[in-house]
Design a protein. Structure first.
Length: 268
């Protein structure tokens, strides 16, 4: 993130849009920072293996020799690439933007997988309250760290983990409703939201590629350095109330993202 980006974001008149923009920029910056740190560790380790002493490396970096000695070589984060020897265990498609007719993450995934001849599966990982991250808080218009209701599940394709989908809701609107109950909501989350009196108005969707967190790597059984794609969808009622924020973490090498474009608006 550079000064020009910060100035552009600061100039956004709508405070909610300004907060949402800076949250997206911070998420992207975090991923870049983590990647840069891993690359630096690898470069320092290679320099030491080549015979450079700690004092010379520390002087060049402007740090102490003790700090350099702590920088061990680790896996370097890199953009996902197709394996040379064999392909990934499964490839699934993810349509963007999400079809308004199938807004539920689970129903959309089941439909996509079955159309592709893949056996889909899902497993609930967590239901309860948790502190809102920066980007989720911006979508739900709450303070970062404020408790929100979260429903987190893992999607599999042919028994291979491919996505972590977390539905987040404002606790002041949905605590004590069917949305907070354990297990899957039947027939769907969408139906439960409508039954509570909310009508879908519009949604905003962003996509960010970044290195996986430790939790994401462990849950999705990712290889060292493998990236994920974060699809963040914020849905609002016809009155503009933030109803549902869906964060889907996709294993990057196990997905193909197809992008739809409205007819009549093509440019070459």
């Amino acid at each position: 993130m550079d000064l020009r980006t910060l100035r552009d974001i600061s100039a956004i008149a709508d405070p909610i849009e300004r907060a949402r923009a800076i949250s997206r920029a911070m998420t992207e910056q975090q991923g870049l920072t983590e990647e840069a740190a891993r690359i630096r560790r690898g470069a320092i380790a290679e320099a030491r293996e080549a015979g450079h002493n700690l004092e010379d490396i520390a002087k060049a970096l402007g740090v102490t020799p003790g700090r350099v000695s702590q920088m061990r070589k680790g896996p370097v984060a890199k953009a996902p690439a197709a394996p040379v020897s064999q392909g990934p265990p499964v490839i699934v498609q993810r349509a963007l933007p999400t079809d308004p007719a199938t807004r539920g993450s689970a129903s959309l995934f089941l439909t996509e997988a079955e159309r592709q001849g893949i056996t889909p599966g899902r497993r609930m990982l967590y239901i309860g309250t948790e502190p809102a991250s920066e980007h989720v808080a911006a979508c739900l218009r709450v303070e970062p760290g404020e408790d929100v209701l979260a429903r987190r599940k893992m999607m599999t394709a042919n028994d291979v983990p491919v996505r972590i989908a977390t539905s987040c809701f404002r606790a002041d609107l949905f605590a004590g409703t069917r949305i907070a109950e354990p297990e899957f909501v039947k027939p769907s989350l969408q139906a439960a939201i409508v039954a509570l009196g909310y009508t879908f108005g519009h949604a905003e969707e962003t996509l960010t590629a970044r290195p996986a967190t430790r939790f994401e790597a462990d849950t999705l059984d990712l290889d060292p350095g493998e990236w994920v794609v974060q699809v963040l969808r914020a849905s609002y009622s016809t009155e503009g109330t933030p109803i549902h924020t869906l964060e889907t973490i996709c294993a990057a090498t196990r997905h193909i993202f197809t992008i739809g474009q409205v007819g009549g608006l093509d440019e070459f």
